[in-house]
Design a protein around this ligand. Sequence first.
Ligand code: SF4
Length: 492
Amino acid sequence: MNQPAKKLYIETMGCQMNVLDSELVAGQLRHAGYETAQDIAEADVVLVNTCSVRGHAEDKALSRLGQFKKPKHQNKDLVVGVMGCMAERDPDGIIAKMPHVDLICGPGELHKIPAMIDEIVDSRQRSIALASSLSRKSTLLERATQYDSVEALDLARDPDPDENVLQAYVRVQRGCDKFCTFCVVPFTRGPERSRPPQQIVDEVKMLVDRGAREITLLGQTVNSYLHQEDDLPVSFGELLARVDAVPGLERLRFVTSYPGDWTTDVFEAMRDLPTVCEYLHLPVQSGSDAVLKRMRRQYTVAQFDELVHQAREIVPGITLATDLIVGFCGETDAEYNETVALVERSNFKNIFCFKYSERPATVAEKRLPDDVSDEIKRHRNNDLLAVQQRISVDHNQAMIGQEFEVLVTGYSKSALKAQEAEQSRGEETGWRRSDQLVGRTRGDQIVVFNGKPEQIGELMPIKVTGATALTLFGESALSTNSVKSPSLPVIG
Ligand code: SF4
């Protein structure tokens, strides 16, 4: 008699890199015979993919792992694992606080997870795989060698045939060499390494063959991509051109860019290559030169302003977003006000704003006092978000009346809720709130409109009829079926 398939439950926290890593690990385990569990109650293996960028993210991961104590107690065969940046950064802390964890695997060792699980099941001993606790003093060769084995994970990618791949991430680069003083990424993900361009192009072709219409290239500083091919350098602009040429690809995006390494040819690629979307996420972190210097960001505010200017000069209709940290070590009121001024003049579509959170082993933790009070950090965070809220509303309302190409990605959140309610009431006919769809413009704006299920996965012309700070509302330019805004409480 056949054994029932083992089941995997995987939870992902943090950035797009983690989303991709989780997909790749799940793919490897699917090949090893695992099925996906919808619930922890039916799982044989539970994995949490963690983030270390802020203390809050690590607290959240620990709290989640704490919830697996009881299931582990009830079922000794359950394998509980931690993967990702927190596993690499603090394995001893995880074991001390969560002794029921069986598996700890850093982001550079994820290809080992299937073998680690087998080992745990056989030996009932904990298994740990880390690239090592590398310091900045390790040579680049030492660091690169210790992190390089993970390439196997991307090369073995094989999406679930039962899942519709509409949008997909493709890694082009691993790690980071910038050592911004606040950041743990160079310690958890190792040095910057760019994948060979042909591997990337082949992966994109495979995903397009499986139905992907939009690809997002991922790197910690994606525009720093550089690979030597037959002794000739392949730049990020050249890589975009090669991926753009993949037959059948409709849209190409990339995150995250580093302002200090920006080159004009990438703007030209955004303007000239048909698939490359007119959206740029360019983290500035602060509007003060003094703060940027303490963060060891390798550009000035004037250089960033010039990039924003060039973006709008060269790429018609481009939308911009940024990341900002408030309350970084020593940030004065005057320095914070310079950040407000930068946000006021940049007309971002949206910002991702965070209170500074000191991270162990970073230069800031060792050398710069975390001396801005929590109250001031909270106040600046709320204040900056309020400034951007006003700008986002103006930015989005200026789009009313215009028509945009939208990639329809699914039902809106409120439609999904309405569908559940309709099903529980047994409703089947007539116009339903559950016919409300969501999609994204090339400029990465969320658009909600009334449509038909068969339009999911399509590129559609949508005319914008209303806007809030986060969402555009529209109607199909092929019909008159509009969603009136802002009466529907929808965020994508
Ligand atoms: S560029 Fe700076 S903030 Fe970004 S990943 Fe590298 S070290 Fe971290």
